[in-house]
Design a protein around this ligand. Structure first.
Ligand code: C2E
Ligand code: MG
Ligand code: MG
Length: 780
């Protein structure tokens, strides 16, 4: 059983025990009442009989406390409180017991006797202990100001109650015709102290360990008895002592026992909810001091006791003022906090968390406002080139720091000319609403990006699209134009800026649509593979082919790979596309092998993109294509570019695995990358394909001899290196007999190019191979 369940079954038992004590105390009080009525009406007994009711009631309350203290589950703080209260109840009971014995033993002169000093002392000690017990109950405050406010509230309440006690009780008792004994007055005063102390505390104990209802009942027992006794005393003088002792004062044990029962029940049951912390207390106190003042206003004599009340009223007013001032200052502080928080929130929703630049939302808002106000605005859209590579190779931490560095650079360069923005990812923007020149700013940004930035000294470049608001432009249209311009800048070879002009959108949009159309092309079989022969320069014999993909578009006709391969890479469609080319090439190469024998065509090559090398299924795709076609693996060449090879560990692992399988790897477009030479050592290449750019113009010795010399030097270096490393070479883009001659002279034995053979269909290759075979047969 859970603790809660245990508690709920404990409640009925607790209720039964507690109820017995409450009924017993109430019974004593009722007996006192019955006797008192009988005495006043018919003189039953003597006055002295009025006195035992209080101590008997006290015994019952004490027994109830002891019984409750046996509960092991009682919270230590509550236990301390009730133990102290037990001492208090015991002392008061002893005091009144003494008084009762004194009265009963001097029954004859009872109406003239005052309370014996030891008895009064015991009661006074009892009240003192009760005050102390209440004082030690912990309060719930959040500290600081809260604590001071509570102190003030309680002081105000105390002064208010004390003023009432003075005015209605002690002062009349002092000036009564038959003066009351000092003891009686001290006791009434102490009972009031217990009442006020507990009452002002109860508002601050919340749902604490000492039950709120219990404290309230303790307060009430002190307050009610002292109050009624005082009123009776003032009204009836000494004659009131019999009803006071027999009817009013036995109520004290009843209420105290009810308090014990409440605590008892609270131990067994769930905690009470925290109450609203003393809000009304000071106002009640102010109202209380006002009572005597109003009485004076309505004609009560302004005697010296009232002056005391007046002083109390002034003190209360002063304290209330201080309290209100504290509350006012606290409110002002809270208000200030709220405002600061609001501002921070405002900042957070309009700024980018990483770079602190304005975000897309703020950017759009400002752009819309500017368009509405002046209709004039320019937008620079700045997109970092190849940021994804940085992220992939160096990790997101470095990527993030790079973005922060770019943001700093942007802030410094833009200055007061515009609003720098991070639109998202690696895309930034600048909004110009003033007179700054957008193109000049773009040039400045590109120049600044020429220096390596961030603590990693990275060189990043950006493509910038510029768009100006035309009449009737909306934020959306300006952003779209900037996007198109930026896209165009990227297409024109990155690291540049392009200003949007009318009509620029269509080709870009067409390009963007390509991605969507490619999917369809794959499904509808619109892709074809053509083969470009790779030829031996010495005798022009075909030794291999390179597979090149073509798209037979239903409307646009044959589309070259340069147009759609980038879109396929961006969308990931390159993976299924590449798989198709792979299967087709293997199938075709196997067919040629079967038809023309092993000597006709040594190898078939095809192009592989970086994205495909990243695909975890790539190696199994290759294995499956080879197995499916029956092509021996050494007859397959996979062409990869230098930049694709440099794409991290996963790619590197894939390449080594392919190499181990016996598949040959070719470095395509060799010499255009930045680290060609070192790559040769790090990468398991078998073939190097000298890029067309080094073949172009290699033969010219009159026009630009210096340029031709430089190209020859590169071509010579590449062949020497390849020879030294035992790699085969292919010179790409051979367009003339002169080029072929120079290449042969340099040591190249194999070439590929329009001069040697154009890309052609598989049937054309078959025809070529057949002719070649018959020529060879004729030679023999
Ligand atoms: P690449 O791998 O360097 O292929 C050679 C490109 O140069 C082919 O262009 C070819 O037609 C062209 N070419 C050959 N000889 C000459 C010449 O003498 N003069 C000139 N001007 N060009 C010549 P193509 O077919 O347009 O392919 C362009 C690029 O597209 C390829 O360059 C390759 O990187 C890529 N590509 C083609 N097919 C595929 C494919 O199936 N998969 C992948 N991933 N990329 C492919
Ligand atoms: Mg190639
Ligand atoms: Mg190439």
């Amino acid at each position: 059983m859970t603790r809660e369940a245990l508690r709920s079954t404990a409640i009925p038992a607790v209720d039964a025990a507690a109820r017995r004590y409450v009924w017993a105390a109430a019974g004593v009080a009722a007996l006192g009442t019955v006797w008192c009525v009988a005495f006043l009406a018919g003189g039953v007994g003597t006055e002295a009989f009025a006195y035992p009711f209080v101590p008997v009631g006290g015994l019952i309350t004490g027994a109830a406390v002891r019984h409750m203290l046996r509960d092991n589950d009682l919270d230590p703080v509550a236990r301390r409180f009730w133990r102290t209260m037990f001492v208090s109840i015991a002392a008061i009971t002893v005091g009144y017991g003494w008084l009762a014995v004194d009265m009963l033993t001097h029954a004859v002169q009872a109406h003239t006797r005052t309370m014996p000093l030891p008895a009064a002392g015991c009661v006074a000690i009892g009240f003192g202990v009760a005050i102390w017990a209440v004082g030690r109950v912990p309060v719930v405050t959040t500290g600081g100001v809260e604590w001071w406010r509570m102190l003030l509230d309680r002081t105000i309440a105390f002064l208010g109650c004390a003023a009432v006690l003075w005015y209605a009780g002690l002062a009349p008792m002092l000036s009564a015709r038959e003066p009351w004994s000092r003891q009686a007055m001290v006791l009434v005063g102490l009972a009031f102290l217990v009442a006020v102390g507990a009452a002002t505390k109860v508002s601050y104990v919340a749902g604490g360990p000492v039950d709120r209802v219990a404290i309230r009942l303790i307060a009430a027992s002190g307050g009610v008895t002292a109050g009624i006794v005082a009123v009776l005393a003032v009204r009836f003088g000494f004659a009131a002592s019999v009803p006071a002792q027999a009817i009013v004062m036995p109520l004290t044990p009843v209420m105290a026992t009810l308090g014990v029962a409440a605590q008892w029940r609270a131990n067994a049951g769930p905690r009470r909810d925290a109450a609203r912390v003393g809000v009304l207390l000071p106002y009640l106190a102010v109202a209380a001091v006002d009572v005597p003042l109003i009485a004076v206003a309505f004609g009560a004599p302004l005697r010296w006791p009232v002056r005391v009340v007046l002083i109390a009223a002034v003190a209360v007013t002063a304290l209330v003022t201080v309290r209100q001032y504290i509350a006012f200052r606290e409110n002002a502080r809270l208000l200030r906090n709220t405002r600061v928080q609001e501002e921070r929130l405002q900042y957070e929703v309009s700024h980018d968390g990483l770079t602190g630049l304005a975000n897309r939302a703020l950017f759009r808002g400002r752009l819309t406002t500017a368009l509405a106000r002046t209709g004039h605005a320019s937008v620079l859209l700045v997109d970092l080139d190849d940021f994804k590579t940085v992220n992939d190779l160096l990790g997101h931490g470095v990527g993030d720091r790079l973005l922060v560095a770019v943001a700093q650079l942007l802030r410094a360069e833009v200055g007061d000319d515009g609003l720098p923005v991070r639109v998202g990812g690696d895309e930034f923007a600048v909004l110009i609403t003033g007179s700054a020149d957008a193109e000049e700013l773009a040039a400045r940004l590109l120049a600044a990006l020429n220096q390596p930035i961030s603590e990693h000294r990275l060189l990043v470049q950006a493509s910038i699209g510029i768009a100006d608001a035309v009449p009737g432009a909306t934020a959306d249209s300006v952003l779209r134009d900037a996007d198109v311009a930026m896209y165009t800048a990227k297409q024109r070879g990155k690291a540049g800026f392009v200003r949007y002009v009318d009509g620029m959108g269509e080709p870009v949009l067409a390009h963007m649509q390509l991605g969507g159309e490619l999917r369809r092309a794959l499904d509808e079989d619109e892709l074809r593979v053509v083969y470009q022969p790779i030829v031996r320069l010495a005798d022009l014999r075909v030794v291999g082919v390179e597979a090149l993909v073509r798209w037979h578009h239903p409307v646009r006709g044959v589309v070259a790979p340069a147009e759609f391969i980038p879109a396929a890479e961006r969308t990931g469609l390159i993976v299924p596309l590449g798989r198709f080319v792979l299967r087709e090439t293997c199938r075709q190469a196997a067919a040629w092998l079967k038809e023309f024998g092993p000597d006709a065509l040594h190898e078939a090559g095809l192009n592989v993109s970086a994205r495909q090398l990243h695909d975890p299924d790539f190696v199994s795709d290759v294995t499956a294509a080879l197995a499916g076609s029956g092509l021996p693996c050494e007859r397959l060449v996979l062409e990869v570019t230098e930049s694709a090879v440099l794409r991290g560990q996963q790619v590197s692992r894939t390449l080594y695995e392919l190499d181990r399988m016996g598949i040959r790897l070719a470095l395509d477009d060799f010499g255009t990358g930045e680290s060609s030479l070192s790559l040769l050592r790090a990468f398991p290449a078998s073939v190097v394909k000298l890029d067309k750019s080094f073949v172009d113009g290699i033969e010219i010795d009159d026009g630009q001899p210096a340029a031709a010399d430089a190209r020859q030097a590169v071509a010579r270096a590449v062949i020497q290196l390849a020879d030294a490393l035992g790699l085969a070479t292919v010179a790409e883009g051979v367009e003339s007999a002169e080029q072929a001659a120079v290449l042969r002279e340099l040591g190249y034995t194999v070439g590929q190019g329009y001069h040697l053979a154009r890309p052609m269909t598989a049937e054309s290759v078959s025809t070529l191979l057949a002719r070649q075979q018959s020529l060879a047969a004729a030679d023999h």
